[in-house]
Design a protein around this ligand. Structure first.
Ligand SMILES: NC(=O)c1ccc[n+]([C@@H]2O[C@H](COP(=O)([O-])OP(=O)(O)OC[C@H]3O[C@@H](n4cnc5c(N)ncnc54)[C@H](OP(=O)(O)O)[C@@H]3O)[C@@H](O)[C@H]2O)c1
Length: 318
């Protein structure tokens, strides 16, 4: 790893914490972090002052307002406004302070609703977005384009990574606002504790989705931080798909829930398939370390440990 003073934005989040674990102790890397209380990234003046004072060489922007379909659909104004402000302040501030390399984290949901499957990087902005997370996606697309334009106009090495659905230590387990995998872990765990004879799962169970352990994303980010000429944006996915039914059954088995799973077919399914084309990343020599079974087992162990330590993240300020 090159010598660098590295700002990891969002280090208290699931991704940011995984990045700190990954980069901590690497020779020549000095990590700088700020909690939201110390530095609100939506505050342009505060972010500029921070960059000017600290003068990092590099930054990874893993801060953002993040949530599942319900949260995205209910609070689109906050998802657009906060993520847009974070992207603008972090990217423009970095440029003004002379940051040489910046990796911005986007998301697979920036791609169009009817993107070809698996989704290549080139399908960005080719047709309309999924309406339920349009606000979030527009903010993230703007962040990716800002990084690309600063690179093109000013020669800065600013670029983006597009992770697929993530899970793992430090995930958010809010009862309504969390993503599908942590929501299932929580639901099956509670059903097991209360001896609930049934758990209701939404939809038909047939849609296929891709999941990746957050430590695999951190490994990919380390590789991307070493590239001399990285692409403007690159997909980061495990490449392995699972049906929602398979996922639900895997989580139930991992948690040890032995009741009945009832499918509520009146609930919407969403897109039939969402898989990233991560061939560009694979060509750089990257492979995930976790398969889904081992990853979900690890995530559940972390969930239990975080509950015991009273550090489980269950609240979400909107
Ligand atoms: N989770 C996924 O499945 C997934 C998938 C693809 C891409 N991503 C991307 O990865 C990034 C991180 O996601 P995550 O899952 O790690 O989310 P997360 O666990 O919710 O972490 C986000 C972090 O950002 C911080 N933050 C939010 N607003 C802030 C502000 N105004 N000022 C300072 N800090 C602020 C939060 O601080 P608090 O702790 O104070 O709330 C939190 O620590 C996001 O950009 C997301 O789009 C995530």
């Amino acid at each position: 790893m090159r010598m660098m003073k590295l700002f990891i934005a969002g280090h208290n989040g699931m991704v940011g914490a995984a990045l700190v674990r990954r980069f901590q102790g690497l020779e020549g890397v000095e990590i700088i972090t700020r909690s939201r209380r110390e530095l609100d990234l939506t505050d342009q003046r505060a972010v500029s002052a921070f960059y000017a004072e600290q003068k990092p060489d590099a930054a990874i922007i893993a801060a953002g307002k993040v949530g599942g379909i319900h949260a995205n659909n209910t609070y689109p104004a906050e998802f657009l406004h906060q993520n847009l402000a974070i992207a603008m302040n972090c990217i423009d501030g970095a440029y003004r302070a002379g940051v040489k390399r910046l990796l911005y984290l986007g998301s697979s949901c920036i791609y169009p609703k009817h993107a070809p499957q698996p989704m290549p990087e080139s399908c960005l902005l080719t047709s309309e977005l999924e309406p339920t997370n349009e606000g979030y996606a527009i903010a993230k697309i703007t962040g990716i384009k800002l990084a690309q334009y600063y690179r093109r106009q000013y020669g800065t090495l600013f670029y983006s990574a597009m992770p697929t659905n993530l899970y793992g230590p430090g995930d958010q387990y809010h009862p309504e606002n969390s993503h599908v995998l942590p929501a299932l872990i929580r639901r099956f765990h509670l059903a097991k504790l209360t001896n609930d004879p049934t758990v209701i799962a939404w939809g038909s169970g047939t849609p296929r989705r891709e999941f990746m352990h957050v430590d695999d994303l951190a490994d990919a980010c380390e590789l991307l931080m070493q590239q001399d000429v990285p692409p403007d944006w690159i997909n980061v996915g495990s490449g392995s798909e699972v049906t929602i039914k398979e996922l639900v059954e895997l989580v139930a088995a991992t948690v040890g829930y032995s009741g009945q799973i009832v499918w509520d077919a009146s609930k919407p399914d969403g897109a039939p398939r969402k898989l990233m084309d991560s061939a560009k990343l694979a060509a750089l020599g990257w492979r995930p370390r976790y398969d889904l079974k081992a990853g979900v087992r690890h995530a559940y162990e972390c969930f239990l440990a975080e509950m015991d330590a009273h550090t489980l993240r269950e609240g979400h300020s909107v």
